[in-house]
Design a binder for this molecule. Structure first.
Ligand code: PHB
Length: 380
């Protein structure tokens, strides 16, 4: 039998019923105090048939916020809010990991305690605009973290991981991608440090690996994943030699026996912005564990990368936004509801919890043939 998106897989400690993963998706709909609320509970509950849900990026500290209305995992209220989410997902038979996030320089004083300056590996501002409660404002130059502050950053991640455990998650994903704090340390386009955390790739990897180790101490490596975006130029990121540098980093990851490595793959936009795309096929032989891939896959493309062994799992983002029952849609080859980018970020239920599931996901395929109800539901 060929392996495909519907083949079960052992992912660290968990046996997943399918390989169709819900990607981490920033939706900016947390309640006051960056606390997950009832609307967020419903959203995740609706998507519990994913092989695994990876939560939206979630700040580990008030000092790590980078956008309006993103949830946190640093206050008692946030832990209680997330508990409602994890209980609802578990009640539907699902599994959910929390994505641990510190945005570093992708922030703004207006989002941070006492209007403090954002921090990064080096004092280099990102190009472009920060999203704030007062609209878009230019990024400011961050403050380079002092060497003596690094242990505090590691502790923030450890505490965030411990809080996620308390909130009932099944595991955590370390967000080491997309130009946020850990990526700012890893890539030499931003990291110009001259201490033990900058310079050689071994030094630039030191903070990301120390964070990973702290998180593993809390969870065990078999409940921890990590996300990387070696080719991405998003958030003004660059690297002089992504193949060599990320090749080194990925090989280091083999030491831990993680639940998975989650790779964001090169996009057209990365190419246009002068990125140096490194194909997944380069990393596949370097990494010895489960590899999850992400970049705008459709069903056929997802089936193909699993069948030909290029990856073990595929995470879907936009398609999960508008198709809460995505695995069942794929299984039945049912039409997919198109997503509306205008409602991706911020707002309420519209474009968030109002996308329909198929009428009755427990009905066998044959009973749905020639069903006009199915079409109606999907186009509504
Ligand atoms: C975003 O809010 O734009 C965002 C957040 C996390 C990511 C990527 C983008 O990893």
């Amino acid at each position: 039998m060929t392996t495909d998106l519907f083949s079960p897989i052992q992912l660290g400690r968990y046996h997943l019923p399918n390989r169709i993963i819900m990607a981490p998706l920033t939706r900016n709909r947390a309640g006051a105090g960056n606390v997950p609320q009832a609307l967020n509970v419903l959203y995740y509950e609706q998507r519990a048939s994913a092989g695994l849900i990876i939560s939206e990026a979630t700040q580990i500290s008030p000092h790590g916020v980078g956008y309006p209305a993103t949830p946190g995992i640093h206050s008692a209220e946030q832990i209680a809010g997330w508990k409602q989410v994890t209980q609802a997902v578990h009640a539907k038979g699902g599994r959910i990991f929390l994505q641990l996030w510190h945005t570093g320089r992708i922030s703004h004083p207006s989002l941070l305690p006492n209007g403090e300056q954002p921090v990064s590996a080096s004092a280099i501002a990102a190009e472009g605009m920060a999203s704030t409660y007062e609209g878009e404002q230019p990024f400011v130059a961050p403050r380079a973290l002092e060497t003596t502050e690094i242990p505090t950053i590691i502790e923030m991640y450890r505490q965030g991981a411990a809080n996620a455990l308390e909130a009932g998650f099944d595991g955590v994903e370390v967000h080491n991608a997309n130009g946020y704090l850990l990526d700012q340390f890893l890539r030499d386009g931003v990291n110009q440090r001259t201490d033990a955390y900058g310079g050689s790739i071994a030094n630039r990897a030191r903070l990301p690996l120390a964070v990973l180790e702290a998180v593993i101490e809390v969870w065990g490596a078999d409940r921890v994943g990590i996300r990387l975006s070696p080719s991405s130029t998003f958030n003004s990121m660059s690297d002089s030699d992504p193949e060599q540098h990320f090749g080194y980093f990925v090989e280091q990851l083999n030491r831990y026996n993680l639940a998975y490595l989650h790779l964001l793959e090169p996009s057209e936009s990365d190419l246009r912005h002068g990125g140096k795309p490194v194909p997944t096929s380069y990393f596949r032989p370097l990494y010895h564990g489960n590899l999850m891939v992400n970049w705008d896959y459709d069903f056929a493309q997802g089936q193909a990368v699993i069948a030909n062994g290029e990856a073990d799992l595929v995470s879907y983002g936009k398609l999960f936004i508008s198709n809460p029952d995505l695995p069942e849609r794929f299984r039945r080859n049912a039409p997919l509801t198109p997503f509306d980018p205008a409602t991706f970020y911020g707002g309420g239920a519209v474009g968030y919890t109002d996308y329909p599931s198929l009428p009755d996901s427990s009905v066998p395929d044959s009973s749905l043939q020639d069903s006009s109800l199915q079409e109606q539901q999907i186009s509504s």
